[in-house]
Ligand binder design. Sequence first.
Ligand code: UFG
Length: 338
Amino acid sequence: MKTILITGGTGFIGSHTTVELQKAGYNVVIADNLSNSNENVIDNIEKITNIRPCFIKVDLSKEDECKKVFDKYPNIEGVINFAASKAVGESCEKPIMYYKNNFGIILNVLEQMKQRDIKYFVQSSSCTVYGEPDKLPIKESSPIKEATSPYGHTKQVSEEILKFVTLSSNIKVIALRYFNPIGAHESALIGELPNGVPNNLIPYITQTAIGLRKQLTVFGDDYPTPDGTCIRDYIHVVDLAKAHVVAIDRLINNKNKKSLEFFNIGTGNGFSVLEVIKSFEKTSGVKLNYVIGPRRQGDIIQIYADTSLAEKELGWKAQENLDSMTLSAWKWQLALKK
Ligand code: UFG
């Protein structure tokens, strides 16, 4: 059984990926500082898979703590790196904290890997690296535009770091550029746990529907899109988790064509904010209280993925649709209330 270290494994995407990796026969070690998650996620992963992942609470941005993880688990063969601060707005207020944390983590982990000759690394990247696209759907070869937030900048620079590290070592990397991950595991045992008032659309919708928030504001309906609201490529978090299993399999089985590969991980379909609301109202049966407000600064108008490279090379394609995403998010919100 191969052991994979998942940094940030108690978080939204990390927890779902742990489940899928365990189902695929991997042994999982989770390292997380619990800054934006809860230790009971470990219990809930175990409830789903009947396997308890190893867990170590550490701050990976600290060199000695990162080393501790690799000392304690000397059989780690690959790493999937989710651990990072991820709020766009907060990153604009605290850029230094974002750079220290996100770069500290990736650099410390890569250093340990290099020292111990651990070869396989999957990076959590983001479609945010593309900025406002010139052409849609967006391909991996599209130009990287100037970052609009320190968060986005850390994702761009992390890709650059990985480029130079792969050139100078045996480390092989796949960077997955996610579009908008939403939804939750069908068991409703794991899902997204936003800290405080959510910034993202889906948790804001489900919290409004359940009465935790008064009203959702749709940020602008005067964009040059069919209904005037912004368009995103929403992807079910379970589909996204499965992409990580395929990526680590590819590296371990030496199927990668280059030492650093990038893949878009989306559905290829763009949906507007109003279409997401409509889907949510249909699947939940709840009428949502929302108003149209002004545009949110920094929002791009529309983006959705060209997923043909992931289909061809990884043999991966998203299976879920928008309704199953909004329904699973709602079931998760209902389960949280219990
Ligand atoms: N939106 C609203 N009201 C809200 C929240 C969001 O109308 O209360 C709209 C936004 O304006 C946008 C869409 O819903 O049009 C999606 O917004 P999210 O905040 O859910 O997602 P973003 O596309 O802004 O950001 C996400 C991730 C980032 C990542 C980015 C990449 O949250 O981490 O995708 O494009 F960087």
